[in-house]
Design a protein around this ligand. Structure first.
Ligand code: FAD
Length: 602
């Protein structure tokens, strides 16, 4: 089965584990058409070089290793990466490289892709990697776009694409409101299955639903229902260690009766002894092959938004959110965006609104925004309240009384706006329905790609303003419009900005790299650090967490060397290098602007 709209074909969830659910078929086809219209690059370009070998591994040894692994897993489950690279688009993303390349497309690439079909095959793959000294890099789905996509940090590492053959929903427990999934289960897939079974449960989803439930949580991603902190809502893991051993965390460490899984595995996260789950997130200490999650029971809900006229309102908005969020009047982690994103998700492109290079001016933004349903404004707050209607009404009265203190603030329900307005998509996301809308802002530039810059600021107006000022000034310096998407909780803000650039423009890429590096440095100087970053900025971010002579990194390196003595698992992920690589020029610091060659530097 294939979905077709305007002769554009999109693989479905029935055809491919990472495909599009039928309900989104036409939306996906239309989104793909817009991406294709906006593309000037050819679909694929011939390779300039042959296969990128793992560091220190000869072609002969590589070929011997590939032959051996094909023998163990089946020839069809090991592919050498020697074909032209195809960036594709969100729903047909590559597993060979970073689709949103910030350096040359051929630089951050794998040597091979491996498709294990079980935990045992993951163990065999890890043992193989140790035997041949080949670094491996696990992905679940590989849609970590903006943070490195499917690319390994070390060019020539072999990517272990877990999702292609390990995409079973192992269990959905309706009474416990929980599930256990394998790496290849996307938000779309889990949602559709819950609907098929007619269970009153929600899946907390990010802006887009094509990611892996497990992979996103491992990278400590976020969503927008009250269960939006994905790692916090996990419950139990199965992990293959770098030496090929396998363990289960939490209550899963105790066998269930008669060889069954422990019946409390998804009920209590911490169990007995040190809580080690955290060390398998944003790290290179293990490959997670199964993971449990607690799911939110469905409830009534009401999405809404407020607009605020001026950039200077920011400090007051943040100070008003803090008590509302801390006292849990706010139902979820709301998003605070700027009106330029309204233009992006409404399908506008920079070139439609601005002549020549450079960002839109404030006048151009205001003029275009005034023609949109929300009108001209600066900040837009997207929230959602949960519970019975009378409770929602009472909550909204409190929230309105707070936000209407800001002169010019306006309030909208979805029913006040056209049905295709972005607020309707937020209403779905905030009630556990994965959608595909947020792709549209990527078309802001031709061949649109983006980097996420994701510092954490306290939910205190004067501190958050410092981050905002650094970010806004740096974007101005480097000629980018600012696309902030802030997830504001009671004590901290994920101040996420999307740096959108043209993948075909090397000069824009260099400006984006400089912009990232300077924002990381300037924020760190005031004590603000990133919660997550693109692979190529991980060393710099990790180096800012350097309290007491970098005691944290020393601890991570001690763990790394103990767990992975041959240094085969995802070297360099989150700035953690095994001893074989450490201090040999692989680290990319604040001065690494030229990323045309990622390998040991002098
Ligand atoms: P993967 O790419 O498979 O993995 C993510 C990382 O975890 C990789 O570094 C990988 O090495 C590691 N990893 C994966 N699986 C394993 C494993 N089994 N064992 C060990 N390590 C593993 N993200 C959000 O969190 N919230 C958002 O709202 C959001 N909005 C987005 C909007 C747009 C327009 C775009 C383009 C991206 C957005 N993202 C967002 C980022 C990203 O798309 C998602 O986080 C996505 O879920 C990550 O990709 P994935 O799930 O396929 O994970």
């Amino acid at each position: 089965m294939t979905t077709q709209a305007a002769s554009v074909i999109v693989p479905t969830l029935q055809e491919r584990h990472s495909g599009t659910p039928a309900r989104l078929g036409e939306i996906a086809a239309a989104a793909k058409s817009r991406v294709l219209e906006n593309r000037t690059l050819p679909t694929a370009q011939p390779r300039k070089r042959s296969v990128r070998l793992p560091p220190g591994v000869s072609l002969e040894k590589f070929e011997e290793a590939v032959k051996e692994l094909k023998g163990a897993l089946g020839a069809e489950n090991v592919e050498v990466n020697d074909q032209p690279l195809v960036d594709g688009w969100y729903m047909e993303h590559p597993n060979t490289h970073d689709a949103f390349h910030i350096t040359d497309q051929e630089e951050l690439v794998s040597s091979a892709t491996i498709y294990p079909g079980s935990t045992e095959e993951v163990q065999s793959t890890v043992r193989w990697a140790n035997k041949f000294g080949i670094p491996v890099y696990p992905i679940s789905i590989g849609r970590n776009l903006g943070y490195g996509g499917a690319a390994p940090r070390v060019p020539g590492a072999a990517v272990i694409d877990l999702g292609r053959r390990m995409h079973e929903i192992v269990n959905i427990d309706a009474e416990n409101a929980s599930c256990v999934v394998e790496p290849g289960v996307t938000y779309y897939k889990l949602y559709e299955e819950i609907q098929n079974r007619k269970l009153p449960l929600w899946v907390d989803t990010p802006d887009l639903g094509g990611g892996s439930v497990l992979g996103n949580a491992i990278d400590r991603g976020v969503g927008y229902t009250p269960y939006g902190d994905h790692f916090a809502n996990h419950c139990g893991m199965e992990v293959v260690l770098p030496n090929g051993e396998v363990l289960r965390t939490g209550m899963g460490a105790m066998p269930g009766p008669n060889g069954a899984d422990n019946p409390t595995w998804q009920s209590f996260q911490h169990a007995f002894g040190p809580s080690i789950d955290g060390i398998f997130s944003q790290s290179n200490f293990g490959i997670v092959t199964k993971m449990g999650f607690q799911l939110m029971p469905a409830t009534e809900h009401q999405s809404y938004c407020f607009t605020f006229p001026k950039d200077e309102d920011f400090e007051q908005i943040v100070d008003l959110i803090r008590p509302l969020a801390q006292s849990r009047v706010l139902g979820n982690v709301p998003q605070l965006r700027q009106v330029i994103q309204e233009l992006g998700v409404a399908g506008h492109r920079r070139a439609d609104l601005h002549d020549g290079p450079g960002p839109l001016t404030q006048e151009e933004i205001s003029a275009a925004a005034s023609k949109l349903p929300l009108g001209d404004c600066t900040w837009i707050f997207y929230g959602c309240q949960y519970g019975p209607p009378e409770s929602i009404k009472a909550q909204l009265d409190v929230i309105k009384a707070a936000f209407f203190q800001i002169p010019g603030a306006k309030f909208f329900l979805p029913s006040d706006l056209p049905p295709d307005h972005y607020l309707s998509d937020r209403a779905l996301v905030c009630s556990g329905v994965p959608v595909l809308r947020d792709l549209d802002w990527l078309n802001w530039e031709p061949n649109g790609a983006h980097l996420f810059f994701s510092p954490i600021a306290p939910t205190r107006g004067k501190d958050a303003r410092k981050v905002h000022e650094i970010v806004a000034a740096a974007h101005k310096r480097y000629g980018f419009n600012l696309f902030p998407t802030l997830c504001v909780a009671g004590r901290e803000i994920h101040y996420i900005t999307n740096i959108i650039y043209d993948r075909a423009d090397p000069e824009a890429k260099v400006r984006a790299i400089k912009l990232m590096r300077e924002m990381i440095t300037e924020c760190a100087a005031l004590g603000f650090g990133e919660y997550r970053t693109h692979l190529l900025f991980a060393d710099q971010v990790a180096s800012t967490y350097n309290w007491n002579n970098s005691a944290l990194m020393t601890f991570n390196e001690t763990l790394k060397d103990a767990l992975d003595p041959n240094g085969i698992l995802a070297p360099g992920r989150n700035g953690i290098w095994p001893k074989q690589f450490r201090g040999k020029g692989w680290e990319l610091g604040a001065d690494a602007i030229d990323l045309t060659s990622i390998g040991p530097r002098k």
